[in-house]
Design a protein around this ligand. Structure first.
Ligand code: HEM
Length: 456
């Protein structure tokens, strides 16, 4: 057994910030290995990439997520006390609560709300000169998930909460001002959610029976006790914030519809397997575009893998982005091709945009079904409920920015609602950006929407 290759740098933290999604893939390429050792923030870390590495990483109970993520990211993502930081039986019990909230038949109501809100928002989009899709999707998701969870928001509160969740997501992969803004705004959200939990428990706030807020407020861990108020608030935020984060995939889906006319054409073809193709399209969006670069874990009990001894406490980073682009798994990984999912073997370890392994037993994302359902719904809405144009803009994705997003956040213009009597007739011309639906005259004096209160 050869010794594990080492990154030569004394410490690679700055390189990680600079190279972001390509940090692990670049070194795997240079060192000709899907596993290497480096130092980040002064500590030794083993980086692994690919299906075998993911299978090693997602052995149930092998890794804890405690002390496995930089605090700057932890405070904006799962946070202290959350399901992700639990292990063993305590983790499984808490995870069951999430899975009961997020199982496929429980999320239908949220999808319906999201669709209704999209349709009603379309009226405002029609009157706007330009619409920033990413910001609008965040607000729609925030409104839908809060209502589904049992929380009523005024319009002003919805805008404020959207800004807060958006800042948490956007700040999670950075150090410096973007991160500080996220942390500052998160504390406001948590104050609000803590007061919600206290009021529900005291009977001062009525939320629907079986709603997410009620389930979390009254959940009991294995010790039979209610969650601490702080922890209950963190877990409710852990449903709301990542649902708002799905806006990134919706933005990437819109970008893919724009960039890959053959995929759009196929989605509009009316063939029998259209629904299957929509599923492949959404999977390819999640494979192709960058979101989480890596997932970290610390060894709970020592083990040996490929002749290498992993001591208790060893820090390991699993390459999420690189595994989803691994040429050993994906032919032409840099090509956007939804059809590849027709023959995908559904391995729990070779396609890991939201983690891998067994969702009930391990730390794989609890919201994967919801994410897929929301992106499918949004793709359908973009294709069949509206006409729009995609004006000139900067659609580049900076791969050194975590989390990544098209520079312009995907701007659309000349939006026109398409009303269907069943079944939908889709009028878009494949191969063109989008039909020129309206004359220029009506646009004068319209304002932009989707940009209020957001930094560019
Ligand atoms: C926006 C798209 C999403 C992405 C890219 C994403 C990604 C991830 C990743 C990479 C993990 C960590 C896996 C690990 O530690 O091994 C995770 C965990 C988690 N996600 Fe997501 N997620 C998304 C959406 C959601 C949604 C919509 C929800 C809930 C509504 C959600 C709830 C969770 C929870 C509760 C965990 C912790 C699971 C555990 O530790 O057992 N996520 N997600």
């Amino acid at each position: 057994m050869k010794p594990i290759p080492k990154d030569k740098a004394l410490d690679s933290t700055l390189a990680l910030l600079r190279e972001a999604y390509n940090f692990i893939p670049n070194r795997c390429g240079r060192l000709r290995s899907d596993m290497f050792e480096t130092r980040l923030m002064g500590q030794k870390v083993i980086c692994v990439s690919g299906e075998a590495g993911a299978a090693m990483f997602y052995q149930p109970d092998r890794f804890t997520r405690q002390h496995a993520m930089p605090p700057t990211a932890l405070l904006l993502l799962q946070d202290i006390g959350s399901v992700q930081l639990l292990d063993g039986e305590a983790h499984r019990r808490r995870k069951q609560m999430f899975m009961s909230i997020l199982k496929p038949d429980s999320i239908a109501g949220l999808i319906r709300l999201f669709e209704e809100q999209w349709h009603s928002r379309l009226k405002q989009w029609e009157n706007a000169e330009q619409v920033v899709l990413h910001h609008e999707a965040e607000q729609l998701l925030c409104g839908a998930v809060c209502a589904w969870a049992g929380l009523t928001l005024t319009d002003a509160a919805l805008r404020q909460r959207t800004r807060e969740f958006s800042a948490m997501i956007d700040g999670a992969g950075s150090v410096g001002p973007r991160n500080w803004t996220g942390i500052r705004l998160r504390s406001r959200t948590e104050d609000w959610i803590r007061s919600v939990i206290v009021m529900i428990r005291a009977g001062h706030m009525q939320v629907p029976e079986g709603s997410v807020a009620q389930t979390i407020a009254w959940h009991r861990d294995a010790d039979g006790k209610l969650l601490d108020t702080e922890v209950a608030a963190v877990e409710l935020v852990n449903i709301l914030r990542p649902t708002v984060a799905v806006a990134r995939y919706i933005t990437f889906a819109a970008l893919a519809l724009h960039r890959y006319p053959q995929a759009r054409e196929r989605l509009l073809s009316g063939r029998d397997d259209d629904d299957a193709y929509l599923g492949w399209f959404v999977q390819e969006v999640r494979r192709f575009y960058p979101f989480f670069p890596a997932v970290g874990g610390r060894v709970r009990e020592e083990f040996t893998w490929r002749g290498l001894h992993f001591e208790k406490g060893t820090w390991v980073l699993l390459d999420v982005y690189g595994t989803n682009h691994d040429p050993r798994i994906w032919k032409d990984p840099q090509t956007f091709r939804p059809e590849r999912f027709r023959d995908w073997n559904a391995s729990a370890f070779n396609f890991i945009p939201q983690g891998g392994g067994d969702v009930d037993l391990g730390h794989r994302c609890a919201g994967e079904w919801l994410t897929i359902a929301l992106v499918k719904t949004a793709t359908r809405l973009l294709l069949s409920s509206m006409h729009y144009e995609v004006p000139q803009q900067d659609l580049r994705i900076d791969m050194s920015r975590m989390p990544a997003i098209p520079e312009s956040r995907f701007v659309i213009s000349r939006v026109r609602h398409v009303f269907h009597t069943a079944p939908p007739v889709i009028e878009m011309q494949a191969g063109q950006d989008l039909p020129k639906a309206q004359g220029a005259g009506g646009l004068h004096g319209r304002r932009d929407i989707g940009n209020e209160g957001h930094a560019a």
